[in-house]
Write a protein that binds this ligand. Structure first.
Ligand code: FAD
Ligand code: SF4
Length: 511
């Protein structure tokens, strides 16, 4: 029988994959930690550690089940730090006659592995990861001929296809979407439960990264790495979420709080993106918990959660495969400013940015609204080059893998795709930030002021953004109000506002 080599990438940790249904002495699995993967962007130290821990425990578990696995640790002597070179060496030394790999979710790796396979003299095949609910091209076909890809129609189709919260092909409660009910400020009277933490020692990984001079960002406590990286831990985190957080998930989904980085969010994105958890098992667990506790948990909570996973997550992946590689070059507004230094240090007088960035540096995590309406909003208003914004988001978050990072960042948050993902840019002045958080209370800047010395930068930058992009945005029906307000301003007020924005834009690093 011919001997097969099967490659598993770091974000393909699906223990339920059909590959593992049977064992064979003629199948050798290979996993590797290599420098090009740690260095293609400057990653948060916790992100690299999380992937290595997850990969190592996945390989150990498969080995214990009786599968043959070759695992290259980053500092192993025989590690040639390259997929192609490590694979070729194994093909030769193990007399491999067939090569298989799981379809990568990143364009970069997809291309690399296709080219590697073509260069081989043995047969090769790419196999589905059996993780996503849609095929790569499904969204392209769904929206054929459309300029804007409306999430809502795709989401409804997913609900129907997978029979999720449906009755007779109609939404269970007669309504598809409860988004309007998910916009409350956090009420400190509602206690936030403490999530399960999985403390482990990670000194050896941190030392190996140092030894190989891998540059990282962010902070880590060597003995207190607490993210869920195994299936068992991920399932515990899921149980915790449905039992303790789901009840308030939708209500406080968009709120932000200076002392509460996680609020009622699930913290499941790493486990989902590394494929440790399957999206259907996650939504089914949430739905069955809701069904058993309908007296306590409102449908808006569970619908909001389900929409993120079977809607947004699948949708973003579909956009990625429909639009790459051009998507990575999109810059609709022609923004060219450099990302301010404080994105890397958290040192800024703007309390909202300081909180969101420092939480990110501490935890490799910020929740959706912090990413969209604080760091993303500011980068957009300040006209930062989307390449720099992308590199920051791709590096800093534990869950950042290009297919979901770039579509959220370049698309949803920077509108650099000119309106494929969103119908209008997500922007706001201090008003929205104050409505949804407790950041403004302790800020150096004054949320109410627009042009005075310590006026909140968001207020003038907001109007400057709409003023400078009038040609691109004024015809968008969803933004009409902003232009009507801008045009109603007294000429002197408007000039002062734009002058204030100019001063801030010239001194971004000092804000
Ligand atoms: P919860 O709030 O508990 O949501 C549950 C799950 O829904 C998440 O785990 C995630 O799998 C899914 N989800 C929610 N929103 C989205 C979304 N917009 N797109 C795709 N899936 C979603 N998510 C990533 O997984 N990786 C990224 O690199 C990433 N980059 C982002 C960049 C920006 C600028 C923005 C605005 C959002 C980004 N998101 C990204 C989406 C979202 O912020 C994270 O998925 C979420 O914060 C993860 O935390 P959680 O698991 O606690 O999520
Ligand atoms: Fe942010 Fe402005 Fe509020 Fe300060 S006042 S926290 S800068 S929105």
């Amino acid at each position: 029988m011919s001997k097969t080599l099967r490659l598993i990438l770091g974000d393909q940790l699906n223990a339920q994959h059909s590959w593992f249904e049977s064992k064979s002495n003629n199948t050798l699995y290979v996993m590797m930690e290599i420098l090009p993967e740690t260095n293609y962007v400057k990653h948060h130290i916790q992100k690299v550690v999380a992937f290595f821990l997850a990969m190592r425990s996945f390989s150990e578990n498969r080995r214990e089940e009786g599968h043959q696995i070759k695992y290259f640790q980053l500092d192993d002597e025989d590690n040639q730090q390259c997929f192609g070179r490590n694979l070729s060496a194994l093909i030769q030394s193990e007399k491999i006659e067939r090569f298989e790999y799981l379809l990568p979710d990143e364009y970069r790796l997809d291309k690399q592995l296709r080219e590697f396979s073509k260069s081989l003299s043995i047969p090769s095949e790419a196999i589905d990861t059996e993780h996503f609910l849609t095929k790569r091209t499904e969204l392209t076909n769904f929206f054929k001929g459309k300029k804007t890809y409306l999430l809502e129609s795709f989401y409804r189709d997913m609900r129907r296809q997978y029979d999720i919260m449906m009755e007779d092909n109609e939404p269970l409660t007669g309504k598809w979407n409860y988004d309007a009910e998910n916009r409350n400020k956090y009420d400190p009277k509602v206690p936030i439960p403490s999530p399960p933490l999985f403390e482990r020692e990670v000194t050896d990984i941190v030392q190996a990264l140092d030894k190989l001079k891998v540059k990282t960002i962010g902070r880590i406590q060597a003995k207190k790495f607490t993210w869920a990286v195994t299936r068992e831990e991920a399932l515990k985190t899921l149980d915790f979420f449905v039992e303790k957080c789901l009840v308030h998930f939708g209500t406080f989904q968009d709120s932000m709080h200076k002392d509460e980085p996680f609020l009622f969010h699930s913290r499941l994105s790493f486990a989902l993106n590394a494929k440790i958890l399957h999206p259907l098992e996650v939504v089914r667990k949430a739905i069955s918990h809701w069904q058993a506790h309908q007296d306590k948990i409102d449908i808006a909570q569970v619908e909001g959660f389900v929409r993120q996973i079977i809607g947004w997550r699948e949708y973003m992946r579909g956009v990625y495969w429909a639009k790459m590689p051009e998507y990575a070059t999109k810059n609709y507004f022609g923004h060219t400013q450099k990302l301010p230094e404080f994105y890397w240090t958290g040192e800024t007088k703007m309390n909202c940015l300081s909180q969101a960035i420092n939480q990110s540096l501490d935890n490799a995590y910020a929740h959706h609204i912090q990413r969209l309406m604080i760091t993303g909003n500011f980068a957009l208003l300040a006209g930062i080059d989307p390449d720099e914004v992308d590199a920051w988001y791709l590096g800093i978050y534990i869950d950042a893998i290009e297919w979901v990072e770039i579509t959220n960042t370049r698309g949803m948050s920077q509108f650099a795709d000119g309106g494929i993902v969103g119908t209008k840019p997500y922007t706001s002045s201090a008003n929205y930030i104050d409505k949804m958080s407790n950041y403004c209370k302790n800020c150096f800047y004054d949320k109410k002021e627009k042009t005075t010395e310590n006026a909140c930068p968001f207020n003038s930058l907001y109007w400057n953004f709409y003023d400078r992009h009038r040609d691109k945005l004024s015809k968008n029906a969803r933004i009409g109000m902003a232009y009507r307000n801008l045009d109603r301003m007294k000429p002197d007020d408007k000039a002062n506002l734009l002058e204030k924005a100019k001063q801030y834009l010239e001194n971004l690093d000092k804000l």
